[in-house]
Design a protein around this ligand. Structure first.
Ligand code: HMG
Ligand code: MG
Length: 300
């Protein structure tokens, strides 16, 4: 259906991985249950990375195991290496996401290896994933700017995305990691990627540091992209990209899409209630413009 846009809810992973405090297991579980009730069909549960690198994501596999998983929802775990996949397999995970970058410096800071080395790590992951019939999504970080190298050449992004696609990723999520991009630069980057990857296999993953994420999504829609990652309440950031704020808020993405004639399948009331829950737990403000207006109105 051409007017349907898929939203991949990444708040429980990309959002919570960057919180200063470690969120209790039961609270993470409650958030995930509420996301399911809000109608998401694709939810990132957490990551199987080193707890020394990202302690907030510890016990993500236990979380996956504890979660009630309706059949129509795809739950995934982020995996950096074969050890991560083995952990994911132990709890019966059916979808994983691997991640690399279009910037060498960012790859070193984030995963302690070069881009080529990250692809070498992916090879056994894909072999094992194929054996177990696991779907693999792929992320490319720093698709417009890198916090260490500055502007990234769109051709380098396209080449990295194509490598992931050729390895067998069914979908490539283009990570605008530090939220500095503007629509014209997003268009240039997307056009390079669209030359080598089918449009239906590309997702936009925008962080909102400069408040440009919604404009960048609007531009991506113009380029034919129909899959976007977002975080409830705009939670998130990246522990290896200093100053980068959260992902674009899901509530605002839903508003943009539904007001533009697209369908998302999201129950906005349930989503707002889930946002109230997690922002109360974190004792932080909801970053969504839509949620703030809604809260203000409900106080009148
Ligand atoms: P390393 O230190 O080079 O790895 O880290 P190592 O193989 O030498 O292992 C070191 C220790 O980590 C060992 O433990 C391993 O067992 C353990 P020790 O023997 O010393 O006690 N270890 C693991 N433990 C649990 N699960 C694992 C695992 N692998 C090794 N899978 C490594 C390399 C990749 C592990 C590390 O750099 C890491 O975990 N990095 C993760 C960083 C991360 O999670 N970043 C945030 C996610 S990416 C992101 O947010 C961007 C995105 O949103 C898109 C965008 O916005 O751009 C996706
Ligand atoms: Mg991210």
């Amino acid at each position: 259906m051409n007017d349907f846009v898929k939203i991949v809810e990444v708040g429980a992973r990309d959002g919570l991985q960057n919180e200063k405090s470690v969120i209790h297991f039961e609270q993470r579980l409650e958030l995930l249950n509420r996301l399911v009730q809000s109608g998401f069909k694709s939810i990132e549960v957490g990551s199987c990375v080193s707890p020394r690198w990202v302690p907030q994501m510890d016990k993500s596999t236990d979380l996956y195991a504890a979660l009630e998983k309706p059949e129509q929802v795809n739950f995934s775990l982020l995996v950096p290496n074969i050890k991560g996949l083995e952990a994911a397999l132990q709890v019966g995970c059916k979808e994983i996401a691997v991640f690399t970058a279009a910037s060498e410096s960012f790859a070193h800071k984030n995963i302690n290896c070069s881009i080529d080395e990250s692809f070498a790590r992916f090879e056994p992951i894909f072999a094992l994933a194929k054996q177990h019939n696991i779907k693999v999504r792929g992320y490319v970080s720093c698709v417009v700017d890198c916090p260490y190298e500055g502007a990234i050449d769109p051709q380098k992004v396209a080449m990295t995305a194509k490598r992931l696609f050729d390895l067998g990723c069914y979908e490539i999520s283009l990570g605008e990691t530090i939220g500095t991009a503007t629509p014209i630069r997003v268009r240039q980057m997307l056009q390079a990627c669209l030359d080598v990857i089918p449009v239906e296999c590309i997702a936009g993953h925008f962080h909102d540091t400069y408040g440009m994420a919604i404009a960048n999504i609007a531009e991506s829609l113009n380029q034919g992209i129909r899959i976007f990652d977002s975080s409830i309440a705009g939670l998130g950031g990246c522990p290896y990209a200093k100053g980068a704020t959260g992902n674009v808020a899901t509530e605002d993405v839903v508003y943009l899409l539904e007001q533009s004639g697209f369908q998302t399948g999201i129950d906005i009331s349930a989503l707002l209630s889930a946002g109230d829950f997690i922002t109360a737990v974190l004792q932080r403000e909801n970053q969504s413009h839509f949620a703030k207006v809604y809260q203000a109105k409900s106080l009148i």
